[in-house]
Design a binder for this molecule. Structure first.
Ligand SMILES: *Cc1c(COP(=O)(O)O)cnc(C)c1O
Length: 219
């Protein structure tokens, strides 16, 4: 485990922000970090995030980092700070629909599939292009602010491979930004977890999602 202040210092020097991944952790554990100044927390389950939102201070920024199902979009859209896990046009359109209802603009990241494992969610390049065509051509995702990309590297000790995957995400980020003239609001690269955040920072991460290293192992 690492102290919040030590980690924040390291991240500041590397140019990345910390999303403290609090999934499965208690409200008391979240408040311990809150009292030390941390405001951005990440959750992967909608119900758990809603419960925590309702009973914790309202200046917490809630980041949804797990796969989102269409029927749950309406529960998070009213308060979520950023959805990192947009992995289909269908889910993007559902977020649009619900955001319009509550008159909000929602920050989102598009989750790319960069790992070797089959199980990890995410878009391939063609699906990314389909979403960005839709976003930039039709004004049909007006209430979404697509701010960048998210990805999870393969769970391996092979640093060469992890680095290669992060680098491919960064390349895709540059491709998207330049081909679609997305400008300064397209600026976030959410990559890096407890095991690989140092590599992620070296490869240009702007947000790292760190859980176990801050809170201890999950059961
Ligand atoms: C759980 C999780 C993390 C944090 O993982 P740690 O290894 O505990 O740091 C980061 N990103 C996503 C998408 C997660 O589900």
């Amino acid at each position: 485990m690492i102290h919040l202040a030590t980690l924040q210092e390291e991240l500041k020097n590397g140019g990345a922000r910390l999303i403290a991944v609090s999934k499965t952790k208690s409200k008391e554990q979240i408040m311990e970090l809150y009292e030390q100044g941390q405001r951005a927390f990440g959750e992967n389950k909608v119900q758990e995030m809603v419960d925590k939102y309702e009973s914790l201070p309202k200046d917490i920024e809630w980041h949804l980092i797990g796969h989102l199902q269409t029927n749950k979009v309406k529960y998070v859209v009213p308060f979520v700070h950023c959805i990192h896990s947009v992995d289909s046009l269908k889910i993007a359109r559902e977020i649009q629909k619900e955001a319009q209802k509550v008159d909000r603009h929602v920050k989102v990241l598009l989750q790319m599939h960069i790992a070797e494992e089959e199980t990890k969610f995410g878009l391939d390049k063609k699906e990314l292009i389909d979403i960005l065509d839709y976003y930039t051509q039709g004004n049909l995702l007006n209430n979404l602010n697509i701010q960048g990309l998210m990805g999870m590297a393969t769970f391996t000790d092979n640093e060469v491979q992890i680095r290669k995957e992060f680098r491919s995400l960064k390349d895709t980020f540059i491709f998207a930004k330049e081909s679609y003239l997305l400008g300064n609001s397209f600026c976030e690269l959410s990559m890096g977890m407890s095991g690989d955040y140092k590599l992620a920072i070296q490869e240009g991460s702007t947000m790292v999602r760190i859980g176990s290293m801050l809170f201890g192992e999950r059961k």
